[in-house]
Every structure is written in C-alpha cells, then in structure tokens.
Ligand binder design. Structure first.
Ligand SMILES: Cc1cn([C@H]2C[C@H](O)[C@@H](COP(=O)(O)OP(=O)(O)O[C@H]3O[C@@H](C)C(=O)[C@@H](O)[C@H]3O)O2)c(=O)[nH]c1=O
Length: 180
C-alpha cells in the first residue's frame, strides 16, 4: 500500500498492491498499521456506498463540526472523476482542488482529511463509490460548495445534480468553519 502526495496537505492518493493470479485479484484497501504509521485515523465507525448513473455529479460535500469527517473513498464498480477542494482557512492551498481517476480496475483510493470538500462525476455507465468515515452522518451538518464554483474541469456534459447540491453556496461565498 503506497501513499502518494496530492498537492493538498494531508490528502493522500492510496495505491494498494494488486495481487493478480489466474483466478483474478486480491486487493487490500485498508490496513490499520499502514494508516497508524502515518498518523492517520484508524477508527471508521461508518461505511456506506452510492451508485450513480453516467453523468451524475455528487458534491462538493463536507460534513460540518461537530460531525466533521475524514473519509477514505474508492470506486468499486465503474469509473469516477473524483475531486477534493481545500476549505481550510489559512491553508496555502485554500480553494484549490485536486482530481483523481478512481476506477474498479486501478483500485485507488483517496484519503480526505477534515476540511476538504469532496465530490465526483460518474464517468462510466454506472459507478459505485465506497466510503469509510471517521464520524457518523448527522443530518443538518451536511454542507459544501457548489460543484461548478471551484474551477474544476468536470468531464461530463449536462451533469445530473441533486436539488440540494445545486443550491449549495459558491466557493467565493463560502464561510468556512475549518482551519488549517
Ligand atoms: C451521506 C449520507 C446521506 N444520507 C441520506 C440523506 C439523503 O436522504 C440521502 C442521499 O444523501 P446525499 O444526497 O447527501 O448523498 P450523496 O450526494 O451521495 O452524499 C455523499 O456525497 C459524496 C460526494 C460524499 O463525499 C459523501 O460524504 C456524501 O456527502 O441519504 C444518510 O442517511 N447518511 C449519509 O451518510
């Protein structure tokens, strides 16, 4: 399991070892000791999945304190264009984003620390995302910024976006509770 820097402090691209043989593959996507060695969280009380059809954009979401979450995200079916945006006041990369191609074939994951917004576009016909999170979901603490306000070059035409996501504030108007 390799941890690659992403240009946004504390956010890592996690590249697991893919053990392939005649039968197929075995891939370990989370290893407590590897996370502990890097000072990353090892307690993930919540796991969930979403399935999206092609052209869906979800995000850009961040769960607010006191229920703020670190997340470990991956794509277990299909392919997504995954995005994080730094919303930590005082961060040298505040407002900047990083993007990743997460696919069921490359098995890569993104570790997203508290204070980064997250979203993705489903690039394949269907895409299933998996999440581990360090805090349980708390209705009323879900926030974020509008998907098209952070300079992201989304690889989809006419994205399908939820009403809630369409109503999120743009990055320029976002009042962040997070600090670097
Ligand atoms: C995220 C979440 C949603 N829900 C409910 C609320 C709502 O009725 C329904 C769908 O929620 P949403 O529209 O927020 O689902 P979705 O847009 O898939 O939300 C997710 O987006 C990506 C980008 C993330 O990073 C995730 O952390 C999460 O915010 O599921 C839960 O019960 N628990 C949860 O943890």
């Amino acid at each position: 399991m390799e941890f690659r820097e992403t240009g946004i402090a504390g956010c890592h691209l996690v590249v697991p070892t893919v053990h392939a043989d005649d039968r197929g593959v075995l891939v370990k996507t989370y290893l407590e000791s590897a996370f502990a060695d890097r000072g990353l969280p090892t307690h993930f009380p919540e796991q969930f999945y979403s399935r999206s059809r092609q052209g869906v954009v979800r995000g850009l979401h961040v769960q607010l304190p006191p229920a703020a979450q670190d997340k470990l995200v991956c794509c277990i079916a299909g392919e997504v264009f995954d995005v994080v945006v730094d919303l930590r006041a005082g961060s040298p990369t505040y407002g900047r984003h990083a993007s990743f191609s997460l696919t069921a074939e490359n098995w890569q994951l993104v570790y997203i620390p508290v204070g980064l917004a997250h979203g993705f576009a489903a690039v394949s016909e269907q895409a299933t995302m998996g999440y581990l999170a360090t805090a349980e979901y708390a209705p009323g603490t879900d926030g974020g910024i509008r998907w098209d306000s952070a300079g992201v070059d989304w690889p989809v035409e006419a994205p399908l976006v939820s009403a809630r996501d369409a109503g999120l504030p743009p990055l320029a108007e976002y009042r962040t509770p997070f600090t670097a």
